[in-house]
Design a protein around this ligand. Structure first.
Ligand code: KMH
Ligand code: ZN
Length: 310
C-alpha cells in the first residue's frame, strides 16, 4: 500500500443495514444525519460516507433525500462527501445511483462483487419492532443477493468516474474482489491512487479474522504495489479492532453506526462522533497524525468541493 503519513478517518453515519429498533441513537431523519455528520467531522473525520433514509428509517434512494442532507452538511463543515452506490441490496441499480448522479460527489462507494449479504440475524435479537417494515426487510437478506456484476461495476466507473470525475471507495468483501479491481485497473478504468476499503465480518463475505486483513493487504500489495491506499473496518463488535489494525499497518480507518452500533462491550454508541473520538485517540497513541479533508483530497486525488454539483 502507499504508506500514509496521515490517517484518514471515514465515518459511515447511518447506512442501510441497521434498523431503528436496534438503537435509539441511529440517525434516521435528515436533521439527525446532518447533525451526526457535522459532529463526526468536528471530531476529526475527513470523509463522511452517506446513505439516506426516510423519517421512519427505511432506506431512501431519491435524490431529494440526499438534497435534504448534503447541502446542510457542507454549509456547516468542510468534509469529503462520499455517497454510497451500494444503497441497499433491495434497490435497483438506477435507484442506487440516484444520489451520486445528482451530486457528482468527490467520492462514491463501489462494491466489487456480487455476493450474499445477510443480516437476517438482527431479527433474532430485536424483541420490540418500532416499524412494520423492519422485520421483513432484514429477513429478506437471507434470500436476496447483493448484485454487483462486472457490467454494473463498469457502468458506475463510466457514469460517475469518467463522466463526473467522482473517485471511489472500492468496497472489497473478499480477496476475489481485489482481482476484480485489478481487472478494471488493467483496462485503464481505475487510476491510482485509489482507495480500497477492506470490509470484514459481513455474513457472505470474508470473516472478521485478523489473518484475513493481513492477507488482503499482502495480495493487494502484490497486485497494486504502492498505487493504492488501504482502509478497513469490521462490521459489528470487531469494528474498532480492525480499524486499529489497519492504522497500525499504515492504512486508514472507517467507523460509524452504519457498521457498528457499539462503543464497547454491551454499550451502545450514543453518537457517531463518540466512535470517531475513540479511534482518533488510538491513532494518536500510534503516533500518526490525522488527515484533514484537504489531506484526504490530496492523498486520494479527489477533484475538490468545487467539482460537486450542489
Ligand atoms: N454497509 C457496509 C457493510 C456501500 O454503501 O456501498 C458496506 C457499504 C456498502 O458501505
Ligand atoms: Zn454504506
Amino acid at each position: 500500500m502507499r504508506p500514509a503519513e496521515k490517517v484518514i478517518i471515514s465515518t459511515a453515519v447511518t447506512g442501510s443495514v441497521n434498523v431503528p429498533s436496534q438503537s435509539d441513537y441511529l440517525p434516521l431523519s435528515a436533521e439527525q444525519v446532518v447533525q451526526a455528520s457535522v459532529e463526526a467531522a468536528h471530531a476529526g473525520s475527513a470523509i463522511i460516507h452517506l446513505h439516506a433514509r426516510h423519517p421512519d428509517g427505511r432506506p431512501a434512494f431519491e435524490a431529494e433525500a440526499f438534497e435534504a442532507i448534503i447541502p446542510p452538511i457542507l454549509e456547516q463543515v468542510d468534509v469529503v462527501i462520499n455517497i454510497s452506490t451500494g444503497g441497499s441490496s433491495q434497490m435497483t441499480m438506477e435507484e442506487r445511483l440516484a444520489g451520486a448522479t445528482r451530486f457528482s460527489p468527490e467520492l462514491a462507494s463501489l462494491n466489487m462483487g456480487s455476493m450474499n449479504f445477510v443480516y437476517s440475524g438482527i431479527a433474532d435479537k430485536v424483541t420490540h419492532w418500532k416499524h412494520e417494515w423492519e422485520k421483513p426487510y432484514v429477513l429478506g437478506t437471507y434470500s436476496h443477493p447483493f448484485i454487483n456484476t462486472f457490467d454494473r461495476i463498469e457502468y458506475v466507473l463510466r457514469e460517475l468516474g469518467e463522466r463526473r470525475g467522482t473517485r471511489f471507495e472500492f468496497e472489497c468483501y473478499d480477496i476475489g474482489h481485489l482481482y476484480t479491481l485489478a481487472y478494471f485497473v488493467d483496462r485503464g478504468l481505475v487510476e491510482p491512487p485509489f482507495m480500497i476499503q477492506g470490509v470484514f465480518g459481513i455474513l457472505g463475505g470474508i470473516g472478521a479474522d485478523h489473518a484475513n486483513l493481513e492477507h488482503m493487504v499482502r495480495i493487494a500489495d502484490k497486485l497494486f504495489g504502492d498505487e493504492y491506499r488501504f482502509s478497513a473496518f469490521a462490521a459489528g463488535r470487531d469494528q474498532l479492532q480492525f480499524a486499529t489494525h489497519s492504522a497500525w499497518l499504515g492504512g486508514h480507518v472507517r467507523v460509524g453506526l452504519e457498521d457498528s452500533l457499539w462503543i464497547g462491550k454491551g454499550r451502545l454508541a450514543e453518537s457517531n462522533a463518540q466512535q470517531v473520538e475513540k479511534i482518533r485517540a488510538v491513532i494518536e497513541d500510534l503516533g500518526r497524525p490525522l488527515a484533514t479533508p484537504d489531506d484526504a483530497r490530496r492523498m486520494l486525488g479527489l477533484k475538490g468541493l468545487a467539482g460537486v454539483t450542489l
